[in-house]
Write a protein that binds this ligand. Structure first.
Ligand SMILES: C[S@@+](CC[C@H](N)C(=O)[O-])C[C@H]1O[C@@H](n2cnc3c(N)ncnc32)[C@H](O)[C@@H]1O
Length: 221
């Protein structure tokens, strides 16, 4: 039996040597042929640290970056957010539409590295989960810079992923992110709130983070 993580690493390292190093996402979704068990990052539920973050937050316009099979977007939609969700994989977007046909989420194919200009400053919540850590290092920093500019006045940026305190030689994807990299994602948003955690099934040494920022107008962070 093929280990799904091995397949992810094989597809990603093959794509890394081509002119489209992100093409393996589409390939993986196509190969899965609508079998959710073959998508290693999907367990059919919204991320628990998103669910936790959303408690008590007023709703507004949200954008979900690299939305995968759509569970986080559908969760926010259920909570009353007005949600745009995008992914570079058209198969993932079609699949999300099928899974959440009743939702009001606006599903779109888009590339984080090349976003529409009219999205700048347009969202009360910009949500990125497990996407930066799945991108090769040479694209990751450029991709991270695209997030903060999307945040509206008084809006939030929330990033969730794997964390490393600087261990070297991790074979990804995923490539856990270091604190200094995570801090840089917020750019002009000011002070970062960082929570480290483990999920119940995580094996040591996996640790995770949720980083959040708020664009607070007229206040010094
Ligand atoms: C590891 S998966 C995580 C999916 C989802 N966020 C989750 O937590 O289940 C990364 C997702 O980001 C998408 N992705 C990768 N690079 C992207 C890019 N440049 N623009 C938009 N989506 C991208 C992939 O197709 C994939 O669905």
């Amino acid at each position: 039996m093929v280990d799904h993580r091995d397949l992810v690493r094989k597809l990603s390292s093959t794509a890394a040597d081509t002119e489209n190093p992100l093409s393996w996402f589409e390939e993986l979704y196509m190969r899965a042929n609508r079998d959710e068990r073959l998508i290693p990052w999907s367990d059919g539920n919204p991320n628990p640290m998103l669910v936790d973050w959303a408690i008590g937050k007023p709703t507004g316009k949200a954008i979900v970056v690299g939305s995968g099979l759509g569970d986080d977007a559908a969760f926010l939609d259920d909570r009353g957010w007005q949600v745009t969700a995008f992914d570079i994989s058209s198969t993932a977007i079609d699949w999300s539409r099928e899974r959440f046909g009743q939702s009001s989420v606006r599903w779109m194919v888009a590339d984080l590295l090349n976003l529409p200009m009219d999205w700048i400053g347009g969202f009360d919540l910009v949500l990125e989960i497990h996407t930066l850590q799945a991108m090769p290092e040479e694209l990751r920093a450029a991709a991270a810079k695209k997030l903060a500019p999307l945040v509206s006045e008084n809006g939030h940026l929330v990033c969730i992923g794997r964390y490393t305190s600087g261990d070297v030689g991790i074979e990804g994807p995923p490539w856990p992110l270091e604190r200094s990299f995570i801090e840089g994602i917020g750019q002009d948003l000011g002070r970062m709130n960082l929570v480290n955690f483990r999920l119940p099934f995580d094996e040591i040494p996996v640790t995770r983070f949720r980083a959040s920022w708020e664009r607070r107008m007229g206040k010094i962070n």
